[in-house]
Design a protein around this ligand. Structure first.
Ligand SMILES: Cc1cc2nc3c(=O)[nH]c(=O)nc-3n(C[C@H](O)[C@H](O)[C@H](O)COP(=O)(O)OP(=O)(O)OC[C@H]3O[C@@H](n4cnc5c(N)ncnc54)[C@H](O)[C@@H]3O)c2cc1C
Length: 397
Protein backbone atom coordinates (compact mmCIF):
# COMPACT_ATOMS: atom_id res chain seq x y z
CA UNK A 1 0.00 0.00 0.00
CA UNK A 2 1.32 3.48 -0.82
CA UNK A 3 0.37 5.40 2.30
CA UNK A 4 1.64 8.63 3.74
CA UNK A 5 1.75 8.00 7.49
CA UNK A 6 1.83 10.69 10.16
CA UNK A 7 3.29 9.32 13.38
CA UNK A 8 2.60 11.50 16.41
CA UNK A 9 5.28 10.95 19.08
CA UNK A 10 8.92 9.99 18.74
CA UNK A 11 9.22 7.63 21.73
CA UNK A 12 10.06 3.94 21.45
CA UNK A 13 6.71 3.09 19.83
CA UNK A 14 6.67 5.88 17.22
CA UNK A 15 10.28 5.44 16.11
CA UNK A 16 10.00 1.64 15.94
CA UNK A 17 6.93 2.02 13.77
CA UNK A 18 8.72 4.49 11.48
CA UNK A 19 11.59 2.01 11.08
CA UNK A 20 9.19 -0.88 10.45
CA UNK A 21 7.25 1.10 7.83
CA UNK A 22 10.50 2.12 6.16
CA UNK A 23 11.31 -1.57 5.87
CA UNK A 24 8.12 -2.16 3.87
CA UNK A 25 8.47 0.95 1.76
CA UNK A 26 5.75 3.03 3.43
CA UNK A 27 6.47 6.74 3.81
CA UNK A 28 6.30 8.00 7.40
CA UNK A 29 7.08 11.26 9.17
CA UNK A 30 7.49 11.38 12.98
CA UNK A 31 6.19 14.51 14.71
CA UNK A 32 7.69 14.94 18.17
CA UNK A 33 6.57 17.52 20.77
CA UNK A 34 10.00 18.02 22.35
CA UNK A 35 12.12 20.65 20.69
CA UNK A 36 15.22 18.47 20.53
CA UNK A 37 16.41 14.91 21.23
CA UNK A 38 16.95 14.10 24.93
CA UNK A 39 20.35 15.34 26.08
CA UNK A 40 20.50 13.32 29.31
CA UNK A 41 20.95 9.57 29.64
CA UNK A 42 17.70 9.25 31.62
CA UNK A 43 16.60 6.68 34.16
CA UNK A 44 17.42 3.00 33.98
CA UNK A 45 15.05 1.24 31.61
CA UNK A 46 14.78 -2.47 30.96
CA UNK A 47 13.88 -3.49 27.42
CA UNK A 48 12.56 -7.05 27.51
CA UNK A 49 13.60 -9.83 25.11
CA UNK A 50 10.20 -9.51 23.44
CA UNK A 51 10.84 -5.87 22.51
CA UNK A 52 14.30 -6.72 21.22
CA UNK A 53 12.76 -9.59 19.25
CA UNK A 54 10.35 -7.10 17.65
CA UNK A 55 13.27 -4.82 16.76
CA UNK A 56 15.26 -7.74 15.40
CA UNK A 57 12.34 -8.56 13.09
CA UNK A 58 12.91 -5.22 11.35
CA UNK A 59 16.70 -5.37 11.36
CA UNK A 60 17.43 -3.25 14.43
CA UNK A 61 19.83 -4.34 17.19
CA UNK A 62 20.20 -2.28 20.38
CA UNK A 63 23.24 -1.80 22.56
CA UNK A 64 22.92 -1.98 26.33
CA UNK A 65 23.72 -4.10 29.39
CA UNK A 66 22.33 -7.65 29.14
CA UNK A 67 20.11 -8.24 32.16
CA UNK A 68 18.57 -11.71 32.14
CA UNK A 69 17.99 -11.81 35.91
CA UNK A 70 16.59 -9.60 38.64
CA UNK A 71 17.69 -10.69 42.10
CA UNK A 72 15.20 -9.38 44.65
CA UNK A 73 16.01 -8.20 48.13
CA UNK A 74 13.87 -6.91 50.95
CA UNK A 75 14.58 -3.46 52.37
CA UNK A 76 16.94 -4.92 54.95
CA UNK A 77 18.94 -6.68 52.26
CA UNK A 78 17.51 -10.19 52.73
CA UNK A 79 17.66 -12.13 49.44
CA UNK A 80 14.14 -13.18 48.44
CA UNK A 81 14.63 -14.85 45.07
CA UNK A 82 15.42 -14.15 41.45
CA UNK A 83 12.97 -13.09 38.81
CA UNK A 84 13.83 -14.08 35.27
CA UNK A 85 13.69 -10.98 33.16
CA UNK A 86 14.15 -12.86 29.94
CA UNK A 87 12.77 -15.26 27.36
CA UNK A 88 13.47 -18.91 28.13
CA UNK A 89 14.72 -19.68 24.60
CA UNK A 90 18.47 -19.47 23.99
CA UNK A 91 17.90 -17.97 20.56
CA UNK A 92 15.85 -15.02 21.86
CA UNK A 93 17.70 -11.76 22.47
CA UNK A 94 18.67 -11.09 26.08
CA UNK A 95 16.81 -8.27 27.84
CA UNK A 96 18.86 -5.09 28.04
CA UNK A 97 19.27 -2.17 30.39
CA UNK A 98 19.63 1.20 28.75
CA UNK A 99 18.99 4.79 29.80
CA UNK A 100 15.59 6.04 28.61
CA UNK A 101 17.08 9.15 26.99
CA UNK A 102 19.74 7.05 25.33
CA UNK A 103 17.14 4.64 23.93
CA UNK A 104 15.00 7.41 22.44
CA UNK A 105 18.09 9.08 20.97
CA UNK A 106 19.38 5.82 19.49
CA UNK A 107 16.10 5.04 17.73
CA UNK A 108 15.73 8.59 16.44
CA UNK A 109 19.32 8.57 15.15
CA UNK A 110 18.55 5.33 13.35
CA UNK A 111 15.50 6.95 11.75
CA UNK A 112 17.71 9.82 10.56
CA UNK A 113 20.31 7.35 9.22
CA UNK A 114 17.61 5.59 7.20
CA UNK A 115 16.27 8.85 5.81
CA UNK A 116 13.11 8.98 7.93
CA UNK A 117 12.07 12.53 8.87
CA UNK A 118 11.68 13.27 12.60
CA UNK A 119 10.30 16.77 13.11
CA UNK A 120 10.88 18.36 16.52
CA UNK A 121 8.81 21.02 18.29
CA UNK A 122 5.63 19.58 16.76
CA UNK A 123 3.07 19.30 19.52
CA UNK A 124 -0.17 17.89 18.20
CA UNK A 125 -3.16 19.76 19.58
CA UNK A 126 -5.91 17.95 17.68
CA UNK A 127 -6.55 15.81 14.66
CA UNK A 128 -9.41 15.08 12.34
CA UNK A 129 -9.87 11.70 10.76
CA UNK A 130 -12.18 10.45 8.08
CA UNK A 131 -12.49 7.16 6.21
CA UNK A 132 -10.01 8.47 3.61
CA UNK A 133 -7.34 10.34 5.49
CA UNK A 134 -6.26 12.39 8.48
CA UNK A 135 -5.14 15.91 9.35
CA UNK A 136 -2.88 16.74 12.24
CA UNK A 137 -3.00 20.21 13.80
CA UNK A 138 0.06 21.40 15.72
CA UNK A 139 0.53 24.01 18.43
CA UNK A 140 2.80 26.07 16.12
CA UNK A 141 -0.17 26.67 13.82
CA UNK A 142 0.93 24.25 11.10
CA UNK A 143 -0.98 21.21 9.85
CA UNK A 144 -0.03 17.98 8.11
CA UNK A 145 -2.14 15.69 5.96
CA UNK A 146 -1.72 11.99 5.54
CA UNK A 147 -3.50 8.80 4.55
CA UNK A 148 -3.04 7.37 8.02
CA UNK A 149 -2.33 8.93 11.44
CA UNK A 150 -0.77 7.01 14.31
CA UNK A 151 -1.07 8.08 17.94
CA UNK A 152 2.26 7.09 19.52
CA UNK A 153 2.05 10.08 21.84
CA UNK A 154 2.13 8.37 25.20
CA UNK A 155 -0.12 8.19 28.24
CA UNK A 156 -1.80 11.58 27.72
CA UNK A 157 -2.25 10.97 24.01
CA UNK A 158 -3.93 13.86 22.23
CA UNK A 159 -4.72 11.52 19.39
CA UNK A 160 -6.61 9.18 21.75
CA UNK A 161 -8.48 12.14 23.25
CA UNK A 162 -9.42 13.37 19.77
CA UNK A 163 -10.64 9.91 18.71
CA UNK A 164 -12.42 9.01 21.94
CA UNK A 165 -13.21 12.24 23.82
CA UNK A 166 -15.45 10.42 26.30
CA UNK A 167 -12.66 8.17 27.57
CA UNK A 168 -11.02 9.51 30.76
CA UNK A 169 -7.38 10.55 30.52
CA UNK A 170 -4.52 8.81 32.35
CA UNK A 171 -4.34 9.59 36.06
CA UNK A 172 -1.60 9.56 38.70
CA UNK A 173 -1.30 6.47 40.92
CA UNK A 174 0.51 8.13 43.82
CA UNK A 175 3.89 6.65 42.87
CA UNK A 176 6.68 8.68 41.34
CA UNK A 177 9.49 7.19 39.26
CA UNK A 178 12.86 8.95 39.59
CA UNK A 179 16.17 7.83 38.27
CA UNK A 180 19.55 8.73 36.94
CA UNK A 181 23.21 8.04 37.47
CA UNK A 182 25.53 8.07 40.49
CA UNK A 183 29.27 8.55 40.40
CA UNK A 184 31.50 5.52 41.11
CA UNK A 185 31.36 4.45 44.75
CA UNK A 186 32.23 1.36 46.75
CA UNK A 187 29.60 -1.04 45.32
CA UNK A 188 30.86 -4.03 43.36
CA UNK A 189 29.86 -4.22 39.66
CA UNK A 190 26.69 -6.28 39.05
CA UNK A 191 27.24 -7.78 35.57
CA UNK A 192 24.17 -9.55 34.17
CA UNK A 193 21.82 -8.46 36.90
CA UNK A 194 19.78 -5.49 37.98
CA UNK A 195 19.31 -5.55 41.75
CA UNK A 196 15.75 -4.88 42.94
CA UNK A 197 14.97 -3.88 46.51
CA UNK A 198 11.51 -3.86 48.11
CA UNK A 199 11.95 -1.46 50.98
CA UNK A 200 9.78 -0.02 53.72
CA UNK A 201 8.34 2.72 51.53
CA UNK A 202 9.37 2.15 47.97
CA UNK A 203 10.94 -0.04 45.35
CA UNK A 204 14.48 0.63 44.08
CA UNK A 205 16.49 -0.95 41.23
CA UNK A 206 20.11 -0.46 40.38
CA UNK A 207 22.89 -1.70 38.15
CA UNK A 208 26.57 -1.12 38.96
CA UNK A 209 28.78 -0.84 35.89
CA UNK A 210 32.39 -1.97 35.53
CA UNK A 211 33.67 1.50 36.53
CA UNK A 212 31.41 1.27 39.64
CA UNK A 213 29.15 4.07 38.50
CA UNK A 214 25.48 3.24 39.03
CA UNK A 215 22.31 3.59 37.02
CA UNK A 216 19.20 3.51 39.20
CA UNK A 217 15.45 3.92 39.32
CA UNK A 218 13.32 4.55 42.39
CA UNK A 219 9.56 4.09 42.68
CA UNK A 220 8.59 6.19 45.66
CA UNK A 221 5.16 7.03 47.07
CA UNK A 222 4.23 10.69 46.78
CA UNK A 223 0.73 12.17 47.02
CA UNK A 224 1.14 14.85 44.37
CA UNK A 225 2.63 14.33 40.90
CA UNK A 226 5.38 16.69 39.78
CA UNK A 227 4.16 19.52 37.55
CA UNK A 228 6.06 20.85 34.52
CA UNK A 229 7.00 24.01 36.46
CA UNK A 230 8.40 22.15 39.45
CA UNK A 231 11.54 23.86 40.74
CA UNK A 232 12.79 21.21 43.18
CA UNK A 233 16.58 21.03 42.92
CA UNK A 234 18.62 17.85 42.57
CA UNK A 235 19.87 18.32 46.15
CA UNK A 236 16.30 18.65 47.44
CA UNK A 237 15.23 15.49 45.57
CA UNK A 238 18.20 13.66 47.01
CA UNK A 239 17.22 14.72 50.50
CA UNK A 240 13.65 13.54 49.91
CA UNK A 241 14.77 10.20 48.47
CA UNK A 242 17.24 9.64 51.30
CA UNK A 243 14.33 10.11 53.67
CA UNK A 244 12.06 7.69 51.73
CA UNK A 245 14.75 4.97 51.69
CA UNK A 246 16.13 5.85 55.12
CA UNK A 247 15.46 2.44 56.70
CA UNK A 248 16.52 0.38 53.68
CA UNK A 249 19.77 -1.34 52.79
CA UNK A 250 22.84 0.95 53.01
CA UNK A 251 23.66 0.48 49.31
CA UNK A 252 20.66 2.64 48.39
CA UNK A 253 21.80 5.48 50.62
CA UNK A 254 25.26 5.35 49.07
CA UNK A 255 23.78 5.44 45.55
CA UNK A 256 21.50 8.34 46.40
CA UNK A 257 24.21 10.33 48.17
CA UNK A 258 26.45 9.92 45.11
CA UNK A 259 23.70 10.75 42.59
CA UNK A 260 24.77 13.43 40.16
CA UNK A 261 21.57 14.58 38.41
CA UNK A 262 19.78 15.60 36.34
CA UNK A 263 17.05 13.21 37.50
CA UNK A 264 14.55 11.74 35.12
CA UNK A 265 11.23 12.15 36.94
CA UNK A 266 7.99 10.60 35.72
CA UNK A 267 4.65 9.84 37.31
CA UNK A 268 3.31 6.29 37.37
CA UNK A 269 -0.15 6.42 35.85
CA UNK A 270 -3.15 4.28 35.09
CA UNK A 271 -5.33 4.49 32.01
CA UNK A 272 -8.87 3.18 31.49
CA UNK A 273 -8.97 1.03 28.37
CA UNK A 274 -10.16 3.09 25.39
CA UNK A 275 -13.16 1.70 23.46
CA UNK A 276 -10.92 0.68 20.53
CA UNK A 277 -7.39 1.04 19.16
CA UNK A 278 -8.54 2.76 15.99
CA UNK A 279 -11.15 4.99 14.43
CA UNK A 280 -11.33 5.93 10.75
CA UNK A 281 -7.80 6.38 9.43
CA UNK A 282 -6.20 6.77 12.89
CA UNK A 283 -4.75 4.10 15.15
CA UNK A 284 -3.08 3.98 18.58
CA UNK A 285 0.06 2.17 19.73
CA UNK A 286 2.04 1.82 22.97
CA UNK A 287 1.22 3.92 26.02
CA UNK A 288 -1.36 5.89 24.03
CA UNK A 289 -3.71 2.94 24.42
CA UNK A 290 -2.42 0.86 27.35
CA UNK A 291 -0.30 1.43 30.46
CA UNK A 292 1.38 -1.49 32.16
CA UNK A 293 2.62 0.14 35.37
CA UNK A 294 5.75 -0.75 37.28
CA UNK A 295 6.52 -4.11 35.72
CA UNK A 296 8.93 -2.68 33.15
CA UNK A 297 7.09 -3.99 30.10
CA UNK A 298 5.67 -0.93 28.35
CA UNK A 299 8.58 -0.16 26.06
CA UNK A 300 8.80 -3.67 24.69
CA UNK A 301 5.04 -3.80 24.29
CA UNK A 302 5.07 -0.52 22.33
CA UNK A 303 7.76 -2.01 20.06
CA UNK A 304 5.63 -5.15 19.53
CA UNK A 305 2.58 -2.98 18.72
CA UNK A 306 4.61 -1.04 16.16
CA UNK A 307 6.00 -4.07 14.34
CA UNK A 308 2.66 -5.92 14.29
CA UNK A 309 0.90 -2.80 12.97
CA UNK A 310 3.45 -2.55 10.15
CA UNK A 311 2.93 -6.25 9.32
CA UNK A 312 -0.84 -5.69 9.18
CA UNK A 313 -0.43 -2.71 6.83
CA UNK A 314 1.94 -4.76 4.69
CA UNK A 315 -0.35 -7.78 4.32
CA UNK A 316 -3.79 -6.22 3.80
CA UNK A 317 -5.29 -4.10 1.08
CA UNK A 318 -6.68 -1.25 3.19
CA UNK A 319 -5.88 0.57 6.45
CA UNK A 320 -9.36 -0.36 7.64
CA UNK A 321 -8.73 -4.09 7.51
CA UNK A 322 -5.13 -3.64 8.74
CA UNK A 323 -6.35 -1.78 11.85
CA UNK A 324 -9.07 -4.36 12.55
CA UNK A 325 -6.56 -7.22 12.39
CA UNK A 326 -4.03 -5.26 14.43
CA UNK A 327 -6.65 -4.74 17.13
CA UNK A 328 -7.56 -8.44 17.16
CA UNK A 329 -3.93 -9.53 17.31
CA UNK A 330 -2.84 -7.14 20.03
CA UNK A 331 -5.76 -6.81 22.44
CA UNK A 332 -5.60 -10.17 24.27
CA UNK A 333 -1.85 -9.94 24.82
CA UNK A 334 -1.80 -6.32 25.90
CA UNK A 335 -4.82 -6.85 28.22
CA UNK A 336 -2.97 -9.71 29.90
CA UNK A 337 0.13 -7.58 30.48
CA UNK A 338 -1.97 -4.66 31.76
CA UNK A 339 -3.66 -7.01 34.24
CA UNK A 340 -0.27 -8.22 35.43
CA UNK A 341 0.83 -4.60 35.79
CA UNK A 342 -2.26 -3.77 37.86
CA UNK A 343 -1.43 -6.59 40.28
CA UNK A 344 1.93 -4.93 40.83
CA UNK A 345 0.69 -1.35 40.70
CA UNK A 346 1.69 -0.05 44.14
CA UNK A 347 4.70 -0.85 46.25
CA UNK A 348 3.44 -2.61 49.36
CA UNK A 349 4.57 -0.43 52.23
CA UNK A 350 5.92 -2.02 55.37
CA UNK A 351 5.42 0.22 58.37
CA UNK A 352 7.32 -1.53 61.13
CA UNK A 353 10.44 -3.67 61.61
CA UNK A 354 8.02 -6.49 62.52
CA UNK A 355 6.35 -6.08 59.11
CA UNK A 356 9.76 -6.21 57.45
CA UNK A 357 10.56 -9.33 59.46
CA UNK A 358 7.43 -10.97 58.00
CA UNK A 359 8.46 -9.91 54.51
CA UNK A 360 11.90 -11.43 55.08
CA UNK A 361 10.25 -14.63 56.27
CA UNK A 362 7.55 -15.06 53.67
CA UNK A 363 9.02 -13.26 50.64
CA UNK A 364 11.48 -16.07 49.79
CA UNK A 365 8.76 -18.72 50.26
CA UNK A 366 6.39 -16.80 48.02
CA UNK A 367 9.06 -16.57 45.33
CA UNK A 368 9.69 -20.32 45.57
CA UNK A 369 6.08 -21.42 45.57
CA UNK A 370 4.84 -19.17 42.83
CA UNK A 371 6.61 -20.22 39.65
CA UNK A 372 4.60 -17.65 37.73
CA UNK A 373 6.59 -15.01 39.60
CA UNK A 374 9.84 -16.61 38.56
CA UNK A 375 9.10 -17.70 35.01
CA UNK A 376 7.96 -14.80 32.91
CA UNK A 377 8.36 -16.52 29.56
CA UNK A 378 4.75 -15.74 28.62
CA UNK A 379 5.81 -12.08 28.62
CA UNK A 380 9.41 -12.10 27.44
CA UNK A 381 9.22 -15.12 25.12
CA UNK A 382 6.76 -13.50 22.70
CA UNK A 383 8.11 -13.86 19.16
CA UNK A 384 7.11 -12.00 16.02
CA UNK A 385 7.68 -13.88 12.79
CA UNK A 386 8.14 -11.02 10.35
CA UNK A 387 8.23 -13.34 7.31
CA UNK A 388 4.80 -14.82 7.94
CA UNK A 389 1.73 -13.27 6.41
CA UNK A 390 -0.95 -11.75 8.61
CA UNK A 391 -4.33 -13.38 7.95
CA UNK A 392 -7.67 -11.59 8.04
CA UNK A 393 -8.73 -13.68 11.08
CA UNK A 394 -5.95 -11.93 12.94
CA UNK A 395 -3.40 -14.73 12.96
CA UNK A 396 -0.05 -14.95 11.29
CA UNK A 397 0.66 -17.90 9.05
C1 LIG B 1 9.25 5.76 35.79
C2 LIG B 1 8.97 4.80 34.67
C3 LIG B 1 9.80 3.71 34.49
C4 LIG B 1 9.56 2.81 33.45
N1 LIG B 1 10.40 1.76 33.28
C5 LIG B 1 10.20 0.91 32.25
C6 LIG B 1 11.10 -0.16 32.03
O1 LIG B 1 12.08 -0.37 32.74
N2 LIG B 1 10.86 -0.99 30.96
C7 LIG B 1 9.79 -0.80 30.13
O2 LIG B 1 9.60 -1.57 29.19
N3 LIG B 1 8.92 0.21 30.33
C8 LIG B 1 9.11 1.06 31.35
N4 LIG B 1 8.25 2.11 31.54
C9 LIG B 1 7.13 2.27 30.59
C10 LIG B 1 7.64 2.94 29.32
O3 LIG B 1 8.21 4.17 29.63
C11 LIG B 1 6.52 3.16 28.30
O4 LIG B 1 5.68 2.05 28.24
C12 LIG B 1 7.10 3.46 26.92
O5 LIG B 1 7.87 4.63 26.97
C13 LIG B 1 5.98 3.59 25.89
O6 LIG B 1 6.50 4.08 24.68
P1 LIG B 1 5.60 5.02 23.76
O7 LIG B 1 6.42 5.31 22.57
O8 LIG B 1 4.25 4.42 23.60
O9 LIG B 1 5.36 6.34 24.63
P2 LIG B 1 6.40 7.41 25.14
O10 LIG B 1 7.72 6.79 25.43
O11 LIG B 1 5.72 8.13 26.25
O12 LIG B 1 6.61 8.39 23.93
C14 LIG B 1 5.63 9.31 23.56
C15 LIG B 1 6.31 10.42 22.78
O13 LIG B 1 5.30 11.29 22.29
C16 LIG B 1 5.66 12.63 22.52
N5 LIG B 1 4.41 13.39 22.63
C17 LIG B 1 3.55 13.43 23.67
N6 LIG B 1 2.50 14.21 23.38
C18 LIG B 1 2.71 14.69 22.14
C19 LIG B 1 1.96 15.56 21.29
N7 LIG B 1 0.81 16.10 21.69
N8 LIG B 1 2.45 15.84 20.06
C20 LIG B 1 3.64 15.28 19.63
N9 LIG B 1 4.38 14.46 20.41
C21 LIG B 1 3.91 14.17 21.64
C22 LIG B 1 6.49 12.59 23.80
O14 LIG B 1 7.33 13.71 23.92
C23 LIG B 1 7.25 11.28 23.63
O15 LIG B 1 8.46 11.46 22.95
C24 LIG B 1 8.45 3.00 32.59
C25 LIG B 1 7.60 4.10 32.78
C26 LIG B 1 7.85 4.99 33.81
C27 LIG B 1 6.93 6.16 34.00
Amino acid sequence: MALKTLIIGGGAGGTTLALALHRIGVEAVVYERDSEPPAAEGHLLSVGSNGLDALRAIGVELDGFPIPRLPMYSGTGKYMGTLYNNAASDTAPTSLLIGRGKLDRTLRDLCAERGIRVEYGKELTSCTVTDDGATAVFADGTTAEGDVLVGADGAHSRVRRSLFPQTPDASYTGVLGLGGRSRPGSLEPTPGVCVASFGYEGHFSYHVEADRSVQWLAFAPRKEPVGPDDSTTVEEWKEWLLDVYDRDMPALREILSDATGPFDIRPMERLPKPPARHRGRAVLIGDACALTGRIGAGTALAMEDAVVLAQCLRDTDSPKSAFAIYERLRTPRVDKVVKWGELNAKPVKVRTPWGMHLRNLFGPLLMKWMPSLVSMDWLYGHHIDWQRTVRPQGETG
